[in-house]
Design a protein around this ligand. Structure first.
Ligand SMILES: [Zn+2]
Ligand SMILES: [Zn+2]
Length: 70
């Protein structure tokens, strides 16, 4: 079982090796970074590591509307 780490940050790619699990937390590529005035050119692509996906879904549950109602 070897996941495709080509779209992942160096930290997450390494984190898939035995003994390096903790490096998932070191990953900073949790969102796309585009050039400020680059017309949508991406500097850094979001890390494709699966452990970020569940995190994004959790954040999506907290919408501005639901926060205002609370
Ligand atoms: Zn990552
Ligand atoms: Zn990761």
């Amino acid at each position: 079982m070897s996941p495709d780490t080509s779209g992942m940050s160096p930290e997450c790619a390494l984190a898939h090796r035995p003994g390096y699990k903790g490096l998932h937390r070191e990953c900073r590529q949790t969102e796309d970074v585009s050039l400020p005035h680059g017309g949508g050119i991406l500097l850094v692509r979001r890390c494709t590591c699966a452990h970020h996906v569940s995190k994004v879904e959790a954040l999506d549950l907290i919408t501005p509307e639901s926060a205002a109602q609370a």
